[in-house]
Write a protein of this length. Sequence first.
Length: 117
Amino acid sequence: VLLVESGGGMVQPGGSLRLSCAASGFTFSNFDMSWVRQAPGKEPEWVSSIGARGGGTRYADSVKGRFTISRDSAKNTVYLQMNSLKPEDTAVYYCHCNMGSPSLDYWGQGTQVTVSS
């Protein structure tokens, strides 16, 4: 199983970024996918999840209305569109997939998002 994030960077407050997570090594369309972020000195924070078939999207209150999660099974990729970014969104963003047990818990390497003027 391999999860590879991309799309991070530095953006001004109010700006947008789209993160991508390319998945391989498993049947992508069988599993829910999530984004989790970790800001410096803070605990990881769950951001958003999407069901295996693209439904069942959920968001943390802190990003609801600004972020949109989606997936493309033809490309084995999950996305996180982030709009109206705030400095408090600054974090490393990780793609995550749990396949039903602690031993089947997979993470990407993370992509840095920095929101600063």
